[in-house]
Write a new protein. Sequence first.
Length: 254
Amino acid sequence: MDRRTLHRIAILILAIVGLSTAAVIALVVTLGGSVLDGESRHDFGIVLLDSPSSMFEHTFHLINDSDETVVIESAKPSCSCTTAELSTRTIEPGGSVDITARITLKTSAHRKISITLNLSDGDFHNLWVEANGRLRQQLKSTAEFLRVAPGSPAMTVVWVEVWDDSENAPQPTLETPDGVTATFTRWDLHRKQNERYGVPAQWSGRIVVEQQSEALPPGAAMTVQFKSSEPVTVYLAPVIPQPSDPTQSLPGGG
């Protein structure tokens, strides 16, 4: 007796004896919701994410262990970040199908996605993929370019993700060209770490940049590094002087 027949007999018996819907669902889960057999879960574990996004894929291999043809009418992921590609929709008895799941991640978080295969006989089969995404580049700057001038300090803000519950994040390392100084003020906590959802703590910090020399050297830039992460580069450029009288920049201005 194949799984599908056993499945239907069990539901019929429960319905006859008048057991609750919860009991029916419990038995369906125990016996399996479809005649497709094979791996149904895949955990990518901790994966490093590059900007702007990273994609990961896994192929499930399922076999039709019944004596009837099975048709997969649809494959519906629970999140738009995931797609499912079928090698075939019609599976003969003893035949198989490959379902390639592709999940795209952009932010540091734990994601668990279901893919529901709706079958032609009214049954369904669920697949699950999950991953703990972590941004490869922990550190970001709000500014790629920063304009500075002698006697006129400029400020930029950096953001960092930290995977621990420390009371404060370590200070970053700053490197500046000759004639320029940079001072890190402090970290401010914007989001606490949430282990349940795989979300890191997020801190922001201010860096004050001052030009000490009269002119910036060619290609002037400040680098900011947090622990072993890749350094972030902030390019420095001189402030563009503005005319004291706006009308001087207009034709005929006096």
